[in-house]
Write a protein that binds this ligand. Structure first.
Ligand code: PXP
Length: 239
């Protein structure tokens, strides 16, 4: 059964715009689960531009809510994450000037560091995922690094679909990467830039077990309500 993780970073962005306490990301975490999400994703960025340490701590303490914490390879953040104890970790690249995560990790350059981080989280019994580009080489390296899961970056596919360009080569790369990962016993997730159309396209790839979606869900819920949007995504990924 495919799962839906809802990224609630934008709830914190909205709260921070006023510097007050509403809307509360902790309340959002409980609500999205009640509405049918299988897990909640939060990104504790080095610049803390949306989710902050207290949010992460409070959200990870909520009972019966599976939390996927996205973090960079920064030593301090890794130490923080170990204290916060989420259910899952997803390691992502981070660059201070980016508007959002722009691509998968550079696995070649960071093998030693990633191997060490994965081992740290494995010892803490926290499922660890690497955010990767759809490439056979990156899946092989993820396997060598002993990652439990890979989250395949779907931003390029999403941009091609949205601009009505030919996306088939990119879709094939995602499919091939997913098949190899599954064969190697690595769980496959997908995320970034997904909307109804791109999720529908990717839901045909049986190997993908989890979708992590944020921006579109929060944006669309302004018009149609969070509950309805989450239900629509659940319907799409079930097919
Ligand atoms: N997955 C990862 C690893 C991400 O970094 C992000 C963006 O924070 C998402 C999924 C969600 O992307 P979007 O907000 O575009 O749906």
């Amino acid at each position: 059964m495919k799962r839906l993780g809802v990224n609630i970073d934008h709830i914190a962005t909205l709260r921070n715009a006023r510097g007050e306490i509403h809307p509360d990301p902790c309340f959002a975490a409980s609500e999205v689960i009640k509405m049918g999400a299988d897990s909640v994703t939060i990104h504790l960025r080095e610049d803390r531009r949306h989710i902050n340490d207290l949010d992460a701590k409070k959200i990870c303490k909520l009972k019966k809510i599976l939390v996927n914490l996205e973090i960079s390879m920064n030593d301090k953040i890794v130490k923080n994450a170990l204290k916060i104890k989420p259910n899952y970790i997803c390691i992502v690249p981070e660059n201070r000037k980016e508007v959002t995560t722009e691509g998968g990790l550079n696995l070649d350059k960071n093998q030693k560091k990633l191997r060490n981080i994965i081992q740290i989280f494995k010892q803490a019994k926290i499922r660890t995922s690497l955010f990767v580009n759809p490439s056979i080489r990156d899946i092989k390296i993820s396997n060598d690094l002993n990652a439990d899961c890979v989250e395949i970056h779907t931003g390029r596919l999403s941009n091609l679909v949205k601009s009505k360009k030919d996306y088939n080569a990119e879709l094939r790369r995602i499919k091939k990467s997913s098949v190899l990962a599954k064969k190697l016993n690595i769980e496959v997730h997908a995320g970034h830039g997904l909307d109804y159309q791109t999720t529908k396209i990717l839901s045909k790839i049986n190997e993908i077990q989890e979708f992590n979606i944020g921006h579109f869900i929060i944006g669309e819920s302004i018009f149609f309500g969070l509950s309805k949007v989450i239900r629509s995504f659940k319907k799409i990924i079930k097919k």
